[in-house]
Write a protein of this length. Structure first.
Length: 201
């Protein structure tokens, strides 16, 4: 049985008005890239002990090569070294628990930063201590990849979004929003940090 841990899990994402973090090809478009958000994201990841993401997601920052990370993949049975990165382990959640993966990477009490994609973000919905959600104003990505798998059926209806929003999903999983933090006032770019206050519904 794994030893008890006291890790903290935080998610980080920027999404379009319709809750997408990538276009229909799974690519983050230039319209979702803002210098202020990039700086916020980089500062945040400099404070974590471990980054978790899928095989097609990473942060591509100056300090990225030195960060310890878990890469979620189905290509291995459980846990294995990443042959291309000595600071990374490959992890299949079907074959090993998250606690086992943390122990294998040597950070059982880590501060963890989860950076995508949709399935990885969704995997931790009942475990986030915080989720930092930035909204890109006036950006729409119809047919794109949602931040969480549960963000479905969204469509533009005038200036509103009809469907289940990322905020709906976070609230259903026991998180509540803190105050809006403006990252770039001229571009109306802001982040809201959602904090766990209750058990998931």
């Amino acid at each position: 049985m794994p030893l008890p841990t006291s890790h903290q899990i935080e998610g980080y994402a920027i999404v379009s008005e319709d809750g997408m973090l990538a276009d229909e090809n799974g690519v983050m478009p230039e319209s979702l890239k803002f210098d202020a958000d990039r700086a916020y994201f980089e500062r945040a990841l400099d404070r974590v002990d471990l980054v978790v993401h899928g095989a097609h997601s990473n942060e591509r920052q100056p300090h990225s090569p030195s960060r310890r990370r878990l890469i979620v993949t189905r290509r291995i049975p459980a846990i294995a070294p990443d042959p291309s990165n000595g600071n990374a382990l490959l992890w299949n959640p079907a074959g090993a628990s998250f606690e086992e993966a943390l122990s294998a990477v040597g950070t059982p009490n880590a501060r963890v930063g989860v950076v995508g994609g949709p399935d990885v973000f969704g995997m931790f919905l009942d475990r986030y201590d915080f989720f930092h959600l930035t909204r890109a104003p006036n950006v729409w990505l119809p047919g794109g990849r949602p931040v969480f798998p549960q963000v479905v059926g969204s469509e533009v209806a005038g200036s509103a979004v009809v469907g289940r929003t990322p905020e709906d999903v976070l609230a259903c999983h026991g998180l509540e929003p803190d105050e809006r933090e403006v990252l770039d006032g001229l571009k109306n770019l802001a982040v809201v940090s959602w904090r766990r206050t209750a058990k998931p519904k």
